[in-house]
Each structure stands twice: as C-alpha cells, then as structure tokens.
Design a protein around this ligand. Structure first.
Ligand code: NAD
Ligand code: DAU
Length: 351
C-alpha cells in the first residue's frame, strides 16, 4: 500500500504511547507510523509485540535530546506530523531527580521543536506538531471547580513544572515561528501496560503479592481517571481535527479520592482472586505524604466534547475491572518489568 502520511510518535513504547501507536497502526493502514523511543526504564517493546511486524510500523531507538540524531531521523522519513509523548512522567521520581525531568521534558521538547521547525521550513503546509501534556500544569484545586483551557498555569512539582515549561515553549514556537502546533492536557490515565510505579498498577500488583498498599497522607487526594484507550482516541481526533494553535483539555469526568479508589480495587481483586471479601483492604497502610502533593485535579472537557464530539467510552467500574483482569492475565508482562531496578526504586521510595 502507498504511504499517504508519515507520523513520528515519540515515547511510543511507553504506557499511553503504545496504545496510541496500536490505534493508529490499525486504523490507518496507508500511514507510516514511526515510533521513536529511548527505551528508558518506562519504555518497553513488549507493549507493542502484537503490532511489531505490521507493514506500516517502524521502531527507532533514540533520544529526543540528541540534535544530530533527530535531524537525521527527519531526513530519513520526511515526517508530515509529530505526536510528542516522550517524557519522564512520574511525579515521585521528579522529586528525587528534577534535572532528569528538565533534560528530557524541557530540553528534549525544545530540541524536537527546533528540528521540526528546520525540517519543515520550506514546506510548512499540512504539517502538525502535537504536544501531549498533562492537567498537572494547572496546579491544585480545592473541593470545587474544574480546570479549563484558560486556567492559569501553577505547577507545583518538578514534573509539572517541566511539563508546563515544555507547553510554554510549544506555544512560543507557534507565535514566534508559526510552527503549526496543537496541545492537549489530560487527566490521570489507567489501563493495561502502565508501569507499576503509578497508583493503580502498583496497588494491583501489591494486592496480588499480598504486600502493604501504601496510601500517601490522609488518602483524600482526588484524581480524575480516564481509560487510556479513550485518551488515545482523543489524541487521534485532535491530531486530525483540532485547530492549529489551540489547546484541548481531556478528562474522564470521573473523580475518585485515592482511598475510595484503593478500596474499590481491593474489592474487585478479592472477587477476581477468589479471596474472602475484605481480605485485601487489610493491606492498606497510610504512609508519609508526597511533598507538595496536589490535592485535587478535575478537568472540564466541554471544549473537546462540543468542538470535536469526543466522550469517554466506558464507565470506570468496567474499565477498572478490565484493567485488574489484564494485569492478572499478563503476569509475564508484569514479571518482566518488576526488575531489580524496580525493586531498588521501590525500596527507596517506600522505606
Ligand atoms: P511513560 O513514562 O509510560 O512513557 C514515556 C516514554 O517516553 C517511555 O517509553 C520512555 O522510554 C520514553 N522516553 C523517555 N525519555 C526519552 C527520551 N529522551 N527520548 C525518547 N524517548 C524517551 O509515560 P506515559 O504515562 O505514557 O505518558 C506519556 C506522555 O503523556 C507524557 O508526556 C506525559 O507527561 C503525558 N501524560 C501522561 C498522563 C498519565 O496519566 N500517564 C496523563 C496526561 C499526560
Ligand atoms: O494528572 C495526570 C498525571 O497523572 C500525569 O501527568 C502523570 O504522568 C501521571 O503519573 C499521573 O500523576 P499522579 O501523580 O496523579 O499519579 P500517581 O499514580 O503517581 O498518583 C496518583 C495519586 O495516588 C496521587 O494522589 C498520589 C497517590 N499515590 C500514588 C502512589 C504511587 C499513593 O497514595 N500511593 C502511591 O504509592
């Protein structure tokens, strides 16, 4: 089949990136989908084993911060668009090692912007630079209210500060150089292939292994959870139909206090594992809080709903059960990522 459009996806071997790559490879057989990933601890080609031989898919191992390498990649593929997900993504790691987040999330993004600007300067028509970002750039909400696209930025962790900085650079390239950009800011994702440093897979794995369930602080911090495949569908829509220069918020309209979420997970896991009801709740342990912990995130997703017709497709209970079942059915995948490095990280984080 002739290739009609070539997209560079950065960070395609990570959690969200792998769902996006899979969606685009299946949905657009006439496109070439190029996945560029450095394969850090969070990148895993096993996430894409089912599509690695697809004729419209290519994998390139490389680092977005490397200018000459990225220039060569643009020459090789002549990309029509970029969907940029590569990042350091875990808040707790950003607290221990902020510079790594500046390196990848800020310098890596600016390097990519420069390379795209240079590569597209003679033929800008029809190009698109899509930057995938987070709701954490807006800071922390009280009991009421929602983040809209106009909420002022107020990042509070090194991770969110690095993402906010990268968002600002993307907008600056739009205004200064007319680079055809679009940005989305999404709430917490959950689903298969998420690295078990994040709340949901960490809890599922610990329940499975009968280990303590570490809940930070008073457990009343609130997050708005979205099924990862709904995020991938929103990215597809925004890439193809979003307006250049615009920002779209994406959220699940699905707020949970952490402790309620952990209770729910315990109950689902007891059911799936055939344990007596209430068994896993006994593993819950309140631990020291995350420094600067944002109290509540909640997204107003009316812009993407009204302008592009996007909605979350499944209810949390269903997505949550499917997720728990997936981790149980894919114990090999889980075992593969629970390496010595993971155990070392875990021991330091939860001493
Ligand atoms: P992830 O940590 O699972 O994956 C990140 C990927 O980027 C990995 O495959 C890693 O190998 C790759 N990577 C890291 N540094 C790189 C570099 N220098 N060069 C090339 N590749 C590199 O992250 P995720 O949860 O899938 O998040 C993807 C993007 O979506 C991030 O930009 C994140 O900020 C954003 N986001 C995540 C969520 C969420 O809930 N997980 C929500 C909103 C936005
Ligand atoms: O909102 C979008 C963001 O969501 C993304 O940009 C980030 O990449 C992603 O990691 C996520 O950030 P959070 O910090 O919200 O996710 P995390 O899974 O780390 O934590 C969710 C909540 O659970 C948070 O309030 C902290 C709490 N928590 C987390 C862990 C790992 C615990 O109570 N115990 C834990 O062990």
């Amino acid at each position: 089949m002739t290739t009609t459009h070539t997209i560079l996806i950065t960070g395609g071997a990570g959690f969200i990136g792998s769902h996006l790559v899979r969606l685009l490879v299946h949905k657009y057989p006439g496109y070439r989908i190029v996945n560029l990933d450095a394969l850090t601890y969070a990148g895993n080609l096993a996430n894409l084993a089912d599509i690695e031989a697809a004729p419209n898919y290519s994998f390139e191992r490389g680092d977005i911060t490397q200018q000459a390498y990225m220039q060569e990649l643009f020459r090789k593929y002549n990309f029509d668009g970029v969907i940029h997900l590569a990042a350091e993504s875990h808040v707790d790691r950003s607290i221990t090692n902020p510079l790594e987040f500046v390196e990848t999330n800020v310098l890596g993004t600016v390097n990519l912007l420069n390379v795209a600007k240079e590569a597209w300067k003679d033929q800008p028509a029809g190009k698109r630079f899509y930057h995938v970002s987070t709701d954490e750039v807006y800071g922390s909400l009280g009991e009421e209210g929602f983040f809209t696209e106009d909420t002022p930025y107020d990042p509070r962790s090194p991770y969110s500060a690095s993402k906010a900085s990268s968002d600002h650079f993307v907008r600056a390239y739009f205004h200064t150089y007319r680079l055809p950009v679009v940005i989305s800011n999404c709430s917490n994702n959950y689903g298969p292939y998420q690295f078990p440093e994040k709340l949901i897979p960490l809890m599922i794995n610990n329940i499975r292994e009968n280990r303590p369930l570490p809940v930070y602080g008073d457990g009343k911090y609130t997050r708005d959870w979205l099924w990862v495949k709904d995020h991938a569908a929103a990215i597809d829509l925004i890439y193809h139909q979003g307006k250049t220069g615009e920002t779209y918020n994406i959220g699940g309209n699905n707020e949970w206090k952490n402790i309620d979420l952990v209770h729910k997970l315990c109950d689902i896991m007891d059911d799936l594992l055939g344990r007596p009801a209430g068994t896993s709740r006994q593993l819950i342990t309140f631990v020291r809080d995350r420094p600067g912990h944002d109290r509540r995130y909640a997204i107003d997703a009316s812009k993407i709903r009204n302008e592009l017709g996007w909605e979350p497709s499944i209810k949390f209970e269903e997505g949550f059960r499917q997720t728990a079942q997936w981790y149980l059915d894919n114990a090999d995948w889980l075992q593969g990522v629970l390496s010595g490095a993971y155990r070392e990280y875990y021991a330091k984080q939860y001493f």
